[in-house]
Design a protein around this ligand. Structure first.
Ligand code: HEC
Length: 156
């Protein structure tokens, strides 16, 4: 019995961090959307590329992830970027789609599933106004975008 538990631990350990990480990487996350949010990679093997501010160039394969700015819980906050403190918004699905969302200096209405996807890929708010640039524009497959938004729905 103890032996069995030990084996299970070793397998888990190798799966998470060791040589089996590639094969078992998908074990770490409950969904593809969660993996995209935390790692910027898809279980489908499709490419996910953040397009940065003009002049900063593209950063293929960089480890820039949603979580690195919006936080593990999606609630945002203050993030240190390029020697500046950036205010990062709460992007939990519930918050983005709430009736009173955006009643601040931005003055736009609530998001829908479609406009959230557009914000991620085109960097515009529900009114079509550009988002501020620390927010990258993301190029990813439609299915990955669906998975990602499904994951935002699970954040509470
Ligand atoms: C480099 C930091 C950074 C990363 C990485 C990043 N974001 Fe953002 N994001 C921001 C900032 C800053 C804003 C606010 C822009 C503004 O207010 O105009 C933002 C805005 C947003 C918004 C619009 C929120 C609103 O209230 O209008 C959504 C949706 C969003 N991000 C989703 C994502 C997702 C999903 C990812 C990962 C694929 C991601 N972001 C990665 C910094 C980042």
């Amino acid at each position: 019995m103890v032996g069995l538990i030990l084996v299970a631990c070793v397998v888990l350990f190798l799966g998470r961090t060791g040589p089996l990480g590639g094969i078992m990487g998908s074990w770490r996350f409950e969904s593809n959307g969660e993996q995209i949010y935390f790692t910027g990679t898809s279980q489908r093997g499709t490419t996910i590329t953040p397009v940065m501010e003009p002049g900063m160039g593209r950063m293929p394969g960089s480890r820039l992830t949603c979580a690195s700015c919006h936080g593990a819980d999606g609630r945002g906050g203050q993030v240190q970027r390029m020697m500046q403190v950036v205010e990062v918004p709460d992007i939990r699905y519930e918050t983005l789609t709430a009736d009173d969302h955006g009643e601040d200096e931005h003055g736009h209405g609530p998001y829908t599933e479609e406009t959230i996807k557009r914000a991620i890929t085109e960097g515009v708010d529900p009114d079509g106004e550009p988002l501020d640039w620390p927010m990258p524009r993301w190029s990813m497959a439609e299915e990955d975008l669906d998975d990602l938004v499904e994951f935002l729905k699970t954040l509470d």
